[in-house]
Structure formats: C-alpha cells, structure tokens
Design a protein around this ligand. Structure first.
Ligand SMILES: O=C(O)CCC(=O)C(=O)O
Length: 273
C-alpha cells in the first residue's frame, strides 16, 4: 500500500478519573465521537497514557483490564465503525498476573496493528513498584507508512526513538501523563526527538489533577523541522493538525543525517564508560 501523503490527526486531550475505568471509557468514547463529528474528520485518533485508570497504582492489580480484552474490543469496534486509525494511548492491562502499561493500535478495519508495553518505567511515580516493563521495540503500519510506539518517560531515551527511526518509523506517537513543573522538558525533548530523527512527533498528554500531580496537556504535533503544527492548552480539548509524510523524506534528503551517521563509533556499552 502506498502512503497517503497527508493525515489528519486528532489527539484526545482528556482528563482521567482516578481508578474509574468504566467512567473513563464512556468519557473517552464521547470525546472520540466528537472528533468524528468535526468538519475535518481525523484519519488518526490518539489517546493519552493510562486513560482507563490514571495512576491508581495502589489498586492497579484489581483495576487493570484483563489481557486488555475490553479495551481492545471496543477500540477495534470504534475504529472499524468510523473507518479511523486509533493509537489507543495506553491502558493498564494484566496478563499472567503482571500489569503492564500498554498501547494498542488499530487500522481502519479495526485490526490490531501493534501492542507496545512501556519499556522505561518512571520511578518518580513509582511505576516500577507496581508495573512490569515491556521489552520490545515496536513499529506498526499506518496508511502505508510506519509509526513508532513510545510512552511518556520513553522520550527521555533518545536511543529508543533513533532505533524506531532506523526501523523506518516516520511518525513517533507518544501518549503521556506528564505533569507540571516539567513543561520545558516536555517541549524540549519532543522537539529534539523530531529534529534529530527528522520525523513527526505526535504527543497526547492528559489534563487534570491526581493526588499531588497536575497534568498540563500541551499535546503537541511537531514536524520533522521541529516546527509546532498544533499545541493544546491546559484544559480538556481535541487537538488537531495535519501531517505531510512527504516532508519526512524531503528533510532527510536535505540534511542526510541518516547517511552521515558513524554507528561504529557509537558502540559504547555500560562496561566501557
Ligand atoms: O519524565 C517525566 O518527567 C515524566 C514522565 C512521566 O510522567 C511518565 O512516564 O509517566
């Protein structure tokens, strides 16, 4: 399948009710329906991180979606019914007794195209005490091109987005629950990932508060030059923008970073440091 050069993206910059998966599903579904009612209908809908439970980590063993079954079923149905790609943010899901922070993606036929579990767990929020990390780097087809999966804290690890780009990803998707006061880090890291990998970055952050954390939204679409195409405010909203996949090739031709790499010089591992 040849790539559709332009894609309309809508990010669901939602608030999330702590520990209430049923209510969150209803809320997110309503917002997705609003997105499909817009004049410019999205080709791709993107949800935030852990939208089913929020960071209800103390109760996560009981709240996590068993094998992600419920989340997968209704996201697949929505994708097929509305003929839209869905980057399903992430959900807490429990498989074989282990809870992971997992992204599911679907194509317009409602077929599951990828399953990615967050590989870098965020100790500042004690994720590592309650969740099990994924151990696989994941790309997926999207309209004839390739998307790369990452979740929130993952963007602090440039090795991940570089590996995804080397595997062919042209768009990096980043569902997040990123709180104040680190807005400067959010913008800077996302922009850097876009510029250094000459790829689009589509980052959907939640809003609202939970415990001591306030999540600032500012969902972003950034192009391969590092220019901001769309940015949300700090309240619930749909944040939309159009991406042009041809621009990725244009930028990579103009400044051939991938040809100029010297990978054999970058081979340090921990024992060499
Ligand atoms: O890296 C950060 O500052 C925020 C990361 C985070 O909130 C997360 O991974 O859930």
């Amino acid at each position: 399948m040849t790539a559709k050069p332009t894609l309309n993206i809508t990010m669901i910059q939602s608030d999330i009710m702590l520990g209430e998966p049923d209510a969150n599903r209803v809320r997110v579904k309503t917002q997705m329906e609003q997105a499909m009612d817009m004049d410019i209908k999205p080709d791709v809908i993107v949800l935030p991180e852990m939208w089913n439970t929020g960071y209800a980590l103390d109760q996560i063993q009981d709240l996590a979606d068993a094998e992600g079954a419920l989340s997968k079923t209704w996201l697949a149905q929505f994708a097929a019914e509305h003929r839209v790609h869905i980057i399903g943010g992430s959900v807490a899901q429990k498989t074989d007794g282990l809870v992971r922070n997992t992204m599911y993606t679907f194509n317009r036929d409602g077929e599951l195209t990828a399953e990615y579990s967050k590989i870098h767990l965020f100790r500042l929020m004690e994720e590592e005490k309650h969740l099990t990390s994924g151990d696989e780097i994941v790309t997926f087809p999207i309209e004839g091109a390739m998307g790369g999966a990452s979740i929130c804290y993952d963007i602090r690890f440039p090795e991940l987005s570089r590996t995804l780009a080397l595997q062919g990803a042209k768009v990096l998707f980043v569902p997040a629950e990123w709180p104040h006061p680190r807005l400067h880090h959010w913008r800077t890291l996302l922009t850097a990932r876009a510029i250094e990998n000459q790829m689009y970055v589509v980052a959907c952050n939640r809003v609202g508060s939970s415990g001591k954390d306030t999540f600032f939204g500012h969902s972003l679409i950034i192009d391969p030059w590092g220019e901001i195409i769309a940015e949300g405010g700090e309240s619930e909203e749909l944040v939309s923008g159009q991406i042009d996949l041809n621009l990725v090739d244009e930028v990579r031709t103009k400044i051939p970073v991938f040809e100029d790499r010297r990978p054999y010089l970058y081979q340090l591992d921990r024992k060499d440091i």
